[in-house]
Design a protein around this ligand. Structure first.
Ligand SMILES: Cc1ncc(COP(=O)(O)O)c(C=O)c1O
Length: 466
């Protein structure tokens, strides 16, 4: 098959898959052994016709091997869907096949990235001079921000970490909330900060960091280079830390405040904002592939200290075509990746297609759906909601009448297993304050009120059989 026919076939196949989502089981049904048999075998020795390759690939994977993550009835983890403009832009990115590390070889995508970064800074109300980087996801967004923070707090202590590394450096105190996401300690490991010295700050009943508690922690070791990491959007409850208050406390003690906003930073587009004082932090991370509904993958780092950010990431080589300082923006100066996909292009398309008001509607609509889940489920006997539904997350516990906590845990896990088997919708499980919970996360523009009611019906009928 010639190239244009092949690509048209692939596009039509993708469109067909997406159109089939509303009527499909959300849960994958394929037997892994069948998938391996259909896709595997010895490494191919000879060429195969490209159309046959794609047919085999799509046929095998789509036959129950995919989770309906882009379905309006997928409520697992925090995985947004895909707005059409963004998906179309993503297809163009693959067709263009640009290595987006430098400006000069690909000025078109470099300018898209500049514009998308500036739009995000503006929409989130962050300082206009802030620098940014488009990375693979929240993990790398946190890692990039903390690398900038490491540079800055050690420079303030008279240490050049980029030249000297950490051998002999003044120790850094990393302060996190008790509800820190696991990607922050992993970033600490990657950056040589380690996990053992991490200081944890108490949080409130919904998981948000307490400014008074942070104040007490920071008083303990005055003058130590300190990075505080708070969050906008707890992965279980959705709680938003009081960022402005935390920034004031951190800055009073000369500390850097990073906001892990993988989930919740987009709620800053709401007016009035739910994140007052957000702009007073030093760095922020968020995901485009979650609530902005950009296809996987893309995370974003934003930094109020461009000099530290650039110093932590920049790289030069004689064979590169790099822009003179202060002229065009080379993404390689801001990113941990060297060669990289033009992942800002689908972000640009989502921002342009939705606009600030469209993103605000997406956030508001998701939160309203989450509240509806909580309201309706809470009216059922033996069902309780364990979190304050302040964002898009709902934690549901199913009680075993007359039973103890262990029995409630077992029943909750049985209901989760039953709904996943049923496949009408998909919710995962988690543990909140030692208790097993069903975790419902709403972050897809495709979710309708009807999806929510149908999913609640399915959950209740799963609970009836579990
Ligand atoms: C608060 C928080 N930070 C970071 C991450 C990691 O994001 P990613 O999966 O895009 O690396 C997540 C993922 O859910 C998260 O909830």
């Amino acid at each position: 098959m010639e190239e244009s026919a092949l690509l048209t076939w692939a596009a039509e196949r993708g469109i067909h898959y997406r159109k089939s989502l509303p009527g499909r089981q959300v849960t994958p049904t394929a037997d892994p052994a069948a998938l391996r048999a259909a896709l595997g075998g010895p490494a191919p020795e000879h060429p195969t016709d490209a159309a046959a390759v794609l047919e085999r690939l799509a046929g095998a994977v789509e036959a129950g091997g995919l989770m309906g993550m882009a379905s309006g009835r997928f409520f697992g983890f925090v995985i947004g869907g895909t707005v059409p403009a963004s998906l179309g832009a993503d297809w163009l990115v693959s067709a263009w096949d640009q290595n987006a590390g430098l400006f000069a070889p690909t000025p078109g995508v470099a300018v898209v990235e500049e514009v998308a970064g500036r739009w995000i800074v503006e929409m989130l109300g962050l300082p206009a001079h802030a620098s940014f980087a488009f990375v693979t996801g929240g993990q790398m967004a946190n890692t990039t921000a903390l690398a900038a923070a490491r540079n800055h707090v050690l420079a303030a202590a008279g240490w050049d970490v980029e030249a000297e590394g950490l051998n002999g450096a003044p120790p850094i105190r990393l302060v996190v909330g008790d509800e820190v996401h696991v990607t922050v300690p992993r970033a600490a490991r990657l950056l040589g900060l380690g996990m053992r010295g991490m200081v944890r700050v108490p949080v409130d009943g919904n998981g948000a960091m307490l400014p008074d508690a942070l104040e007490r922690v920071l008083q303990e070791q005055p003058g130590v280079p300190t990075i505080v990491c708070c969050q906008a959007g707890n992965v279980n409850t959705g709680a938003l830390d009081p960022v402005g208050d935390l920034a004031d406390v951190a800055h009073h003690h000369g500390a850097w405040l990073h906001v892990d906003g993988a989930i919740g930073l987009w709620s800053a587009v709401l007016q009035p904002t739910r994140l007052p004082g957000l702009e007073r932090a030093d760095s922020w991370s968020t995901d485009a592939h979650k609530w902005l509904n950009v296809p996987y993958d893309c995370g974003i780092t934003i930094c109020a200290h461009p000099q530290a950010h650039r110093a932590a990431m920049t790289v030069t080589a004689a064979y590169l075509v790099q822009s003179a300082p202060g002229t065009d923006r080379d993404p390689v100066d801001w990113n941990p990746e060297f060669s990289r996909r033009a992942r800002s292009v689908p972000v640009y398309a989502a921002l342009a297609a939705l606009g600030r008001s469209g993103i605000a509607s997406l956030v508001e609509q998701s939160c309203a759906h989450a509240r509806r889940f909580a309201e309706r489920l809470a009216t059922e006997p033996n069902v309780t909601i364990l979190n304050d539904v302040v964002l898009n997350q709902v934690l549901v516990r199913f009680l075993a009448p007359g039973g103890d906590d262990a029995a409630h845990d077992a029943r909750t896990r049985a209901v989760i297993a039953a709904i996943q088997r049923d496949g009408t919708c998909w919710m995962g499980g988690s543990v909140w304050r030692g208790k097993a919970v069903m975790r419902i996360s709403v972050s897809d523009h495709a979710t309708t009120a009807e999806d929510v009611e149908r999913s609640i019906d399915a959950v209740l009928s799963a609970a009836g059989t579990a």
